[in-house]
Design a protein around this ligand. Structure first.
Ligand SMILES: *Cc1c(COP(=O)(O)O)cnc(C)c1O
Length: 401
């Protein structure tokens, strides 16, 4: 496993499309075209002294797949190159990445400031688990820089946010929040799932750690769970290193192999999905049965200028309010014949979600109202079907509202 498919000096200069196909791959002595799947938990040593040396000098060779595995390492390196990060560790799911990125560093008595508009499980970790362990969590309106500044004034070990947020597409000014967090002495951790590694680069905007659910666009074909943490070499080694090794959030080699294949087509999929999503958002905005559309690529988005500054395109997710109540909304969802009802996102199949009764049903009604999640809100994850077919499906279903 020593021969890189992409020479190191080329990895510095080639385009993302090339990195996604060739980056991080290393050929075994069998000269395979496709990345090899090393489905092994352990490794053997030629003699006892080789085992002693492997344990004495960490990182010189593979010793156990909870620590490292050659197929997982290829996925980590490919994603690292695309993100432009110093280092990457893959995890078994997006939530394992979020949990490890926060907990590998935090200690009892510290504070964390986070935007309030969060994926449900991230909200659970920040609002329920951390306080249980003596870590104070302060939740703020992520769009409000004055709120970030006030919450960070007392110092903080870390800040956490999602941008765009799920499902109401709130945008956090990542560069400004990074400055405030650094002044408070903490690190900024960004959940970059909605934008994907191609449309937004939090590290270049000043964030310290980026986390992904690779389950979403990176696999993008509904096959497996996965996640990743990208940060400086120092964070990955000194903060995450032993925590990762001894708590075991490791990614399966099989899933790493699927995710490597997913990365090969990531740019094609995200570009196409983003283009279709922009066309669908424009269609919905002009439709009399739609009361409001939230899409970062539409000039009507309340934070359009900021979204344009920090994202390359609007992404593959569109949120919109049906002109009607919950039953009208359910009639619309049930009338769709192409788009499936599902809580997943980033898939090649277009999927639609009713956040108030599914992903965000555990929040109190006041909390949902504060996040703009009404009974009429729909979240659409745009897939790879022809945009004209998706628009026809939406138009047909809107007719029953
Ligand atoms: C899905 C998702 C996660 C969690 O990822 P899993 O792979 O399901 O564990 C975290 N954050 C966001 C924004 C997500 O959409």
């Amino acid at each position: 496993m020593s021969r890189p498919v992409l020479p190191a000096e080329l990895a510095q200069t080639v385009s993302p499309a090339t990195l996604l196909v060739r980056g991080g791959a290393a050929r075994s002595p069998y000269d395979e075209t496709c990345e090899a799947l090393f489905m092994t938990s352990g490794y053997v040593y030629g003699d006892a002294a080789a085992a002693e040396a492997a344990f004495a000098q960490d990182g010189v060779r593979y010793v156990y797949s909870r620590y490292r595995n050659p197929t997982v390492a290829m996925f980590e390196e490919r994603l690292r190159l695309i993100e432009g990060a110093e280092a990457c560790r893959a995890t078994a799911s997006g939530m394992a990445a979020v949990f490890a990125a926060l907990l590998c560093r935090l200690r009892a008595g510290q504070r964390v400031v986070s935007s309030r508009a969060l994926f449900g499980s991230c909200h659970y970790i920040l609002a329920e688990l951390l306080p249980r362990w003596g870590i104070e969590t302060v939740l703020v309106d992520g769009r409000d820089l004055a709120a970030w500044e006030a919450a960070l004034a007392g110092g903080a070990a870390a800040a956490f946010c999602e941008s765009p947020s799920n499902p109401a597409m709130e945008i956090v000014d990542l560069a400004a929040v990074a400055r405030l967090v650094h002044r408070a002495g903490g690190l900024l951790i960004v959940d970059n799932v909605f934008a994907s590694p191609l449309l937004q680069k939090p590290l270049s905007l000043g964030a310290d750690v980026v986390v992904y659910s690779a389950t979403k666009h990176i696999d993008g074909q509904g096959r497996c769970l996965g996640g990743a943490i990208l940060a400086s070499e120092k964070f990955i080694k000194d903060d995450l290193g032993l925590f990762y090794r001894h708590t075991g959030p490791s990614l399966s080699p099989f899933n790493a192999w699927l995710l490597l294949k997913g990365l090969e087509t990531l740019e094609l999929r995200v570009e196409r999905q983003s283009q279709s999503a922009a066309a669908i958002a424009a269609f919905l905005e002009a439709h009399p049965k739609v009361a409001r559309v939230l899409y970062p690529g539409l000039p009507s988005h309340p934070q359009y200028a900021l979204a344009r500054r920090q994202m390359r395109a609007g992404g593959s997710l569109v949120a919109f309010d049906i002109a009607g109540d919950k039953s009208a909304c359910f009639r619309f969802l049930n009338a769709l014949r192409l788009i499936d009802i599902s809580n997943n996102l980033g898939d090649s199949k277009s999927l639609v979600t009713h956040p108030a009764t599914t992903t965000h049903s555990r929040l109190k009604p006041e909390a949902r109202a504060e996040l703009g999640i009404g009974d009429q809100l729909v979240r659409l994850s745009v897939g790879l079907e022809a945009a004209c077919d998706l628009i026809a499906d939406l138009d047909r279903a809107l007719a029953v509202v």
